[in-house]
Write a new protein. Structure first.
Length: 212
């Protein structure tokens, strides 16, 4: 079963759990990266197994915070962190949400912007006259990386490395060498594209909503 195969009854149960026991959020990590998340918590694992089985995405974890209190049941979490999964889930439940509707709209908007940047990276054209070590009539790996990232510094490093047939670590080594030679390729946290003003504005709107 996939998320699009939900019956109206199952959808109603999941929306009720999300409204009552769930969280739709956009956090800011110490590293400066944003983390969108959807989760539902419950002490009954069978309930979260039902949600997981019905929508076919996400994962389940168990918190140990209640471990010292043997009389208290452990708390379980059903969580969706992948942006593709968050968008797919929220598009289904959004029309039925009440108290969490505004949060869902903002988080889905953020995820769609980030996914748009990733799709742009996947569409980047790698020159046909490319060889890892260059040669007569061919561009070297370093030359291709330089051209790609000077033209568009917002590309996803992980996707570009995959398209070039190298590891992300190897790509970082090339970037380090290029910067040593004075090539102006901005530093960033992680391999994902840097955050634009639109993403930052969405986070600020979410923060205001959370602080109300």
């Amino acid at each position: 079963m996939t998320i699009n195969d939900l019956s109206q009854l199952d959808l109603g149960i999941i929306v009720g759990l999300l409204e009552g026991e769930g969280y739709i959020g956009l956090g800011l990590k110490a590293s400066g990266t944003f983390q969108p998340v959807v989760d539902i918590s419950n002490t009954e694992l069978s309930i979260l197994n039902f949600v997981h089985e019905k929508i076919g995405i996400g994962s389940i974890q168990t918190s140990n915070r209640n471990k010292p209190k043997r009389s208290v049941k452990p708390l379980h979490y059903f969580t969706i962190r992948r942006q593709e999964g968050i968008v797919a889930f929220l598009e289904i439940v959004l029309p039925h949400l009440i108290s969490k509707r505004r949060a869902a709209v903002l988080v889905m908007k953020f995820c769609k912007l980030r996914l748009k940047n990733r799709r742009h990276s996947k569409d980047v054209h790698i020159p046909k006259n490319f060889r890892r070590y260059g040669g007569k009539g061919f561009k070297s790996l370093r030359e291709v990386v330089k051209e790609l990232l000077l033209e568009n510094p917002n590309l996803d490093y992980g996707i570009i490395a995959q398209k070039l047939g190298i590891t992300t670590t190897h790509l970082y080594e090339i970037l380090y060498q290029l910067r040593k030679k004075g090539v102006n390729i901005p530093q960033r946290v992680g391999s994902s594209p840097p955050y634009g003003e639109k993403e930052k504005e969405i986070y600020n709107q979410f923060k205001m909503l959370r602080d109300v």
